[in-house]
Design a protein around this ligand. Sequence first.
Ligand SMILES: NC(=O)c1ccc[n+]([C@@H]2O[C@H](COP(=O)([O-])OP(=O)(O)OC[C@H]3O[C@@H](n4cnc5c(N)ncnc54)[C@H](OP(=O)(O)O)[C@@H]3O)[C@@H](O)[C@H]2O)c1
Length: 220
Amino acid sequence: MQTKQTINIIGATGNMGSAISQNLSKGNYRLLLYARDQEKIEPIVNEIKNANPAADVEAIDSNYNGCWEADIIIVAVPYGAQNEVAEKIREVANQKIVISIANPLNETHTGLATAPDTSAAEELQKLLPNSKVIKAFNTTFAADFSMPVIDGKQVDAFIAGNDAEALQTVSELVSTVGFNPIIAGDLTVSRTLENMQLLLIQLGMKYNYNWLAGWKILHN
Ligand SMILES: NC(=O)c1ccc[n+]([C@@H]2O[C@H](COP(=O)([O-])OP(=O)(O)OC[C@H]3O[C@@H](n4cnc5c(N)ncnc54)[C@H](OP(=O)(O)O)[C@@H]3O)[C@@H](O)[C@H]2O)c1
């Protein structure tokens, strides 16, 4: 049997952090849920345990300790908080997989806050040079997590990164969450993935486009 991996979810009280935690709790993982406000995290832990009494999940009150214990770290905070979080976890995130889910939208959602020759994921990699940063989940909406299957097909979830083993590990994690993992390329492909989600959000705002469905590439 595969060794149980420990995952620290930073921002576990947010829309994405709580949705990822809920779906991951069905897998063979130990989950450490971190949020700045401990009062908000306990109800999420209780909800997960009520839905799945076998879930291995607990609240953790120190981001540093959570990352120290973790094999995988999911940074589920707004792009604006990325620098602050990276600063706190840098020394305990060494050699670990760190998942960037951020869409660095500007305030008006008319563009990205990042320069065209980079992405939120690449910026995180610069902040955590000894970690294996992988882009995942940025093209799936929080609302998709309760129903990751549309018309009988799983919603696609694109992954990008530079480390082959880490990409494989994150593919398995994405699959456990319920999506169809597609390895899209190296970490620079995060630029495209972040722009894809910007487009989906803009189409939703302009045409009430059915963005809740997420992306679906046609395949057998
Ligand atoms: N919402 C979506 O459908 C969606 C889809 C794809 C990707 N994303 C990306 O996912 C990330 C989270 O989005 P969200 O919608 O889940 O946001 P959210 O609901 O606002 O949640 C943000 C979480 O980050 C925490 N946080 C904020 N600043 C922090 C800091 N400085 N240090 C530690 N924790 C901090 C918040 O905790 P507090 O309660 O303590 O503030 C909260 O738990 C963003 O990067 C977003 O671009 C979102």
